[in-house]
Design a protein around this ligand. Structure first.
Ligand code: ASP
Ligand code: MG
Length: 412
């Protein structure tokens, strides 16, 4: 009987030292011995990437992105080579491949390159020889054969891209936590590991702090590649991320539940007041922000009163000064009354596919925040998420209150 083709990914903590590399090699060997074809993508050991960035910055104030990529890629090259050695030590035939050898082709946007194609010819050939293939995560190469990196945390992306290109049964992401939690366990002691979440939910959870790089989830959703997130240090079942259509009966029953509470710190808000209500105003404001590379998160525009409207949007805390600098002259130009910025904010969100078309959730969220004496600064929603902007100092209290209000500690 032909085994499955598995793509596994091991994060930096899981390969943090020699002992842990041996532990992971044992797990890969077990999957291989089970008759599966195994491709394992590895991250750099522990804090290697951060250390390399510090090292670069101790030499050059503003290192050239191309040089930085060549340097940073070495982190994953090290763990990839060591993992292959560890496997051969225990009698498993393994081959280590860099991103280029594994066929990860990217554009030339150094530091956060996009994958343009994956050509897994070499990977397939090695699998056909019966070998375990270890792939260095996070790195790719351009048409010119320059080394690129895919952005922080992007070994996840390498793994999902590999799984999609190979048509793997699923992508298994092994990390130092047991899966996707109902909330950050550091903030909520009785947070629980979710059995499964949809891609959409995971995208919301990922973009609000829970781990896994968001681009990797988008890619998994696009190719309908199921992703299992589990611990490399235990045998707990982990969380399966997959399409809502394939959800099991058990998961269907919890359709009407909020699945998680997420939060973010370090949010800032810019409010442009009394903007004349005419076409082109939003474009005039947000185009220069985009051009200046200020990434805008949530945008809220009021219904206008007397042809004037308020427009608020959020940016990352550290971007506040720059955002104001760019937006202030535009605000004056379009005839707005004034512009103000406020830092020191955070956000709390409830997430769940089951919230679609169910009006009770918002009210319950606001009641819970009221009872916890948390003031709401701004509210935004998507189909499966309700987010409240709150003072940063109240974020943790708000998260705990919501986790309680939606009874997330209870088993599904
Ligand atoms: N080593 C890279 C980083 O620290 C990529 C990764 O770990 O996924 O961002
Ligand atoms: Mg990671």
């Amino acid at each position: 009987m032909e085994g499955a083709l598995l793509v596994q990914k091991y994060g930096g903590t899981s390969v943090g030292d020699a002992e842990r590399i041996r532990n992971v090699a044992g797990r890969i060997a077990a999957a291989h011995a089970g008759g599966n074809k195994v491709v394992a993508v590895v991250s750099a050991m522990g804090k290697t990437t951060d250390d390399l960035i510090d090292l670069a910055e101790s030499i050059a104030r503003d290192p050239a992105p191309r040089d930085l990529d060549l340097l940073l890629s070495t982190g994953e090259t090290i763990s990839c080579a060591l993992m292959a050695m560890a496997l051969r030590e225990i009698g498993v035939d393994a081959v280590a491949l860099g991103g280029g050898q594994a066929g990860i082709r990217t554009d030339a946007v150094h530091g956060r390159a996009s994958i343009v194609a994956v050509d897994p010819k070499r990977v397939r050939a090695e699998l056909d020889r019966g070998r375990v293939v270890i792939v260095a995560g996070f790195q790719g190469f351009t048409e010119e054969l320059d080394v690129t990196t895919l952005g922080r945390g992007a070994s996840d992306l390498t793994a999902v891209a590999m799984a999609a290109a190979l048509g793997a049964e699923r992508c298994e992401v092994y990390t130092d936590v047991e899966g996707i939690f109902t909330a950050d366990p550091r903030v909520v002691p009785d947070a629980r590991v979710l059995r499964e979440v949809s891609y959409e939910e995971m995208l919301e959870l990922a973009s609000y702090g829970a781990k896994m790089q968001p681009r990797s989830i988008e890619l998994a959703a696009r190719y309908q590649t199921p992703v299992l997130v589990a611990s490399s240090m235990s045998d707990a079942p982990g969380t399966l991320i997959h399409g809502a259509a394939e959800r099991t009966a058990a998961a269907m029953e919890i359709r009407n539940k909020v699945n998680g509470v997420t939060y973010e710190r370090g949010v800032a808000r810019i409010t442009v007041r009394a903007v004349p209500d005419r076409p082109g105003v939003a474009a005039a404001l947000f185009t220069p922000l985009a051009d200046a590379g200020v990434s805008v998160d949530t945008i809220v525009q009021n219904a206008s009163a007397e042809r004037l409207t308020d427009l608020s949007f959020t940016v990352d805390g550290p971007e506040l000064a720059r955002g104001l600098e760019v937006a202030r002259p535009v605000a004056a130009e379009i005839g707005a009354a004034d512009i103000a910025g406020r830092g020191g904010l955070g956000s709390v969100s409830i997430v769940g596919t089951g919230m679609q078309n169910a009006p009770g959730y918002a009210a319950r969220m606001f009641r819970a925040l009221h009872q916890a004496e948390v003031n709401i600064e701004m509210i935004t929603t998507s189909q499966i998420r309700i987010t409240c902007l709150v003072d940063e100092s109240q974020v943790e209290r708000a998260v705990r209150a919501l986790h309680d209000a939606f009874e997330l500690a209870q088993e599904e």
